[in-house]
Ligand binder design. Structure first.
Ligand code: PLP
Length: 437
């Protein structure tokens, strides 16, 4: 069990829910056996509290570390920013430099504001859209954080946000007065979107969605949403918090040639340092001045310094080409290993945000078993793989032999009816769940 599990038990008595992020709960991976805490992370190597070293072939800091952990170039820039004072009565010049850089990468945009987390960036985009239009209602597709404006969609029917990444998000604490202000439609569902526009078009402040999630966008769907949003006078927001910098240097929408009024970024943009950007057209962004949007730590220096260093390295090294190449190999490898073992799996996702499901009577149990068996072989491995620049060919080759072996073990265990018995602890959680112990 180790020190990590002991500390996590203690954490649950001191921190409601045990962690600050649902996706970092050990129960999401391997209940009772996940290392849970790290003492050091470098490249793709992670050391737990007992000094065990693991290779991270899972989600790399929930997608935040696109260059790898403790990237020396980004860290050197951040150390310099700290040495020169990370906070001051005056503003840091990096925030102007970053705005210029982001607008250069996204020529449709003229201005930027900043926050430090993705959820904050989404909340700010919605506030700006409401201020710009003088309207209240928001149409939502996908996951956009934890704030009231978003969870309001679950007031009345807790399953409304099901299918939007995390099932069962509870809206307790969200004012009931917000009921009806957030309406949902599923990705690709033109009819559901049309119904919202037909019935609420004149009160719509914003439409917010990810340009792509599991796969490349159907362009006609995106074009339709873009044109309908303009027709009804709402603000079109692309949430690029996960998709940004995954398939090109900037938002994935650049690849599609479909441009929003606002795009929001976080995660990959700054390689693990807290930073988020709200990028938009001048006419919409200027509306931020009609509202009060202001916070002390949105002015600190390490976030923008890290973002500039990350984007420059990304551009210089053509990181997109590398991560797409590695990600495609991984997706092929899963399929080939499964075919060889006779294990039915389904591989999906953009190449740099790959995912697989083991098909069977109890897919969640089999996924948990995969994580357990890979952990025994020195890997933090899960059903998702978020590629980083630090993943090199040699890592893929080594992971390949472990994956072939583990898929074969799982297949044999299923055939002999032994798979559940091989698990050393409970089956992992799949979504939001209240922790009971
Ligand atoms: C598309 C999208 N929007 C918003 C968020 C929320 O970002 P954060 O966890 O930084 O608040 C996430 C996080 O996973 C995301 O993937």
């Amino acid at each position: 069990m180790g020190k990590g599990q002991d500390l996590y038990k203690k954490a649950k008595t001191l921190i409601p829910g045990g962690t600050q992020l649902l996706s970092k709960r050990p129960e999401m991976f391997l209940p009772d056996h996940w290392p849970s805490y790290y003492s050091m992370a470098q490249g793709i190597n992670v050391w737990d509290l007992d000094g065990n070293k693991f290779i991270d072939m899972s989600i790399m800091g929930v997608g935040a570390c696109i260059l790898g952990y403790a990237d020396p170039d980004v860290d050197a820039t951040v150390y310099k920013a700290i040495a020169n004072g990370s906070m001051c009565t005056l503003n840091c010049p990096e925030e102007v430099e970053l705005a210029e850089l982001l607008c250069e990468l996204h020529p449709w945009a003229d201005m930027a504001r900043y926050a430090r987390t993705g959820g904050e960036a989404a909340a700010m985009a919605i506030r700006i859209a409401r201020a710009a239009t003088g309207r209240d209602t928001v149409a939502i597709c996908g996951y956009h954080g934890w704030h009231d404006w978003y969870l309001a969609a679950n007031l009345g029917d807790i399953s409304t946000l099901d299918g939007h990444l995390l099932p069962g998000l509870a809206p307790a604490g969200v004012p009931r007065a917000l009921k009806g202000t957030a309406l949902t439609f599923n990705y690709g569902d033109k009819e559901a979107f049309k119904t919202i526009v037909d019935t609420h078009g004149s009160s719509l402040a914003a439409i917010i969605m990810e340009p792509a999630r599991g796969h490349d966008a159907p362009l006609d769907f995106l074009k339709y949403i873009r044109s309908e949003t303009s027709r009804v006078g709402a603000v079109f927001v692309f949430d690029e918090i996960t998709s940004g910098f995954r398939m090109c240097c900037g938002g994935i929408h650049l690849k599609y040639g479909i441009y929003p009024d606002i795009a929001i970024f976080a995660k990959s943009m700054s390689n693990g340092y807290p930073m988020a950007a709200i990028l938009g057209k001048r006419a919409v962004m200027e509306s931020a001045q009609n509202s009060f949007i202001s916070s002390t730590y949105w002015t600190e220096r390490t976030g923008p310094a890290a973002a500039i260093a990350t984007i420059q390295k990304y551009r210089d090294r053509k990181v997109d080409e590398h991560i797409i190449y590695i990600g495609k190999q991984l997706q092929n490898l899963w399929q080939e290993a499964a075919d060889e073992a006779g294990l039915p799996i389904h591989v999906s996702g953009l190449p740099t945000l790959g995912h697989f499901d083991i098909k069977g009577d109890d897919p969640l149990m089999l996924r948990t078993l995969f994580t357990q068996l890979m952990l025994e072989r020195g890997y933090l491995a899960w059903c998702q793989f978020k590629v980083s620049y630090a993943h090199k060919q040699e890592h893929i080759d080594a992971y390949k032999s472990a994956c072939y072996e583990v898929f074969k073990i799982i297949h044999d265990a299923i055939r002999q009816g032994l798979s559940r018995g091989m698990l050393k602890g409970p089956v992992s959680h799949s979504g939001f769940k209240r922790l009971v112990d």
